[in-house]
Design a binder for this molecule. Structure first.
Ligand code: HEM
Length: 412
């Protein structure tokens, strides 16, 4: 459709606008051009180039249909809008299709059993308490640095890998930071964005290999030991597959959870009447409330697929080889599914948002991500008295809805 009102999702200028303004553009697309073609995106960082245009999918039902249809819509050609190489050896099964995706995910599923999830949830709760113990006696600071970055970093190093050595813990946390910040000029001395990403992955994999050996020799009660032990239909992960899986986990668990916590604190602050409603019965309401927090500000805004065959979607032909971008953030505000979608309503139910994806690639760590948000809100509510927050600094990205910094002040 050629229409002057159509938003240009490919321009960096679009992504520099506030989320709510962008959402009005997605609404325009949902109503007027639900399967729209876009020019190649302006690259997010120097050193990246995009050669292909793409389809933007913005309605909830279309998003569900396409994300479930992995025989036509492949993840193996890459999952980001930008032409980042598929990096299968680094990002494991999130960039694979069945049967390899199913086999590898099947192996790891064993480690994410209900018993193991419950154990990790308890550890996350203890860790959140410890972090707020350290931060509460101060009276101000950047909450992203002090809290939101800390929790997923330590969960990864201690709960997932069981790292005891402080130095290696630091290396792992710093490498995780580098993996998520490949486009950040701070790392430009290492090389172009792809080199920054690969360098971080190499450091993570080295630690994963060594810790896997340790857990084989001395089994522990942590995710690494469960993965080393895990098998699916007699198959175990090779050393390289295990290294790639841990790199995927760093990428998938770290920044997502960090930004989810930051948004949760910001959104409660911006909606004091909703915050009061939650605090009237925190334990009774937090499970429902966390879903609205996730719907309102999804940490990841899209995932991409590539069509393997021609496909008709509502009268539009998507051609084999075309890039197809699933804007989960737009589905979360689709008025065809969510009544009054622009109302922030912590008691909204049902609330089947798409912030953890849908279909065979549905997030494996959704309960752990939710748990980090819940634990931080519980700790903040109990111990960060009279918390006031300032203006957040937002990341410029078409993928990650990221909060870079959030100044806070509270009574020690
Ligand atoms: C609030 C935090 C989180 C959010 C918003 C989030 C979001 C997502 C989304 C949208 C996907 C779907 C990818 C696709 O459609 O291709 C996904 C996949 C995945 N997530 Fe999460 N995630 C979060 C936390 C976590 C955590 C804590 C872990 C680790 C324990 C994790 C592990 C994974 C894995 C392994 C996949 C790939 C699944 C597959 O390809 O089969 N995530 N996540």
């Amino acid at each position: 459709m050629n229409n002057a009102a159509a938003p240009d999702l490919s321009s960096l200028d679009f992504w520099a606008r506030p989320y709510e303004e962008r959402e009005r553009s997605f609404k325009w697309l949902r109503d007027n051009d639900p399967v729209s073609w876009h020019r190649p995106p302006e690259p997010l960082a120097p050193g990246l180039e995009n050669s292909k245009g793409y389809w933007a999918i913005v309605r909830y039902e279309h998003l569900k249909e396409l994300s479930r249809n992995d025989t036509v819509f492949s993840s193996a050609e890459g999952v980001f809008l930008d032409d980042f190489p598929q990096l299968e050896t680094i990002l494991s099964f999130i960039v694979m299709d069945d049967p390899r995706h199913k086999a590898l995910r099947g192996i790891t599923q064993y480690a994410f059993s209900p018993r193991n999830i419950r154990r990790m949830e308890q550890q996350i709760r203890d860790m959140a308490t410890k972090i707020v113990d350290e931060v509460a006696p101060r009276s101000e600071g950047d909450l992203c640095e002090l809290v939101f970055k800390q929790l997923p970093g330590r969960v990864f190093a201690e709960v997932f890998v069981g790292l005891k050595d402080m130095h290696r813990r630091e290396v792992l946390i710093e490498s995780a930071e580098q993996l998520g910040a490949w486009a950040d000029p701070t790392y430009a001395h290492i090389g172009p964005p792809l080199a920054v990403f690969q360098d971080a992955a190499r450091k993570i994999m080295e630690i994963a290999y060594e810790e896997a050996d340790r857990c084989r020799r001395q089994p522990d009660d942590n995710l690494m030991t469960w993965i080393v032990d895990a098998n699916h239909e007699g198959q175990q992960m090779t050393k390289e597959e295990l290294g790639a899986f841990f790199t995927l986990l760093v990428g998938a668990a770290n920044d997502t959870s960090r930004h989810a916590m930051a948004h949760a604190v910001i959104n409660l602050h911006r909606h004091p009447e909703q915050k009061a409603l939650l605090l009237e019965d925190f334990e009774g309401r937090i499970d429902v409330a966390v879903e609205e927090l996730m719907r309102w500000s999804p940490p990841l805004m899209h995932f991409r697929r590539t069509a393997l065959t021609d496909f008709d979607l509502d009268g539009t032909t998507i051609k084999a080889g075309d890039k197809v971008v699933l804007w989960y953030c737009s589905g979360n505000r689709d008025e065809r599914v969510f009544p009054d979608p622009d109302r922030f309503d912590l008691l909204r139910s049902p609330n089947r948002h798409l912030s953890f994806g849908n279909g065979p690639h549905f997030c494996m760590g959704s309960s752990l991500g939710r748990q980090m948000v819940k634990c931080i809100l519980r700790e903040f509510n109990g111990r960060m008295h009279n918390l006031e927050i300032g203006e957040p600094t937002m990341l410029l990205s078409n993928f990650m809805n990221g909060v870079l910094s959030l100044p806070g002040r509270w009574t020690p």
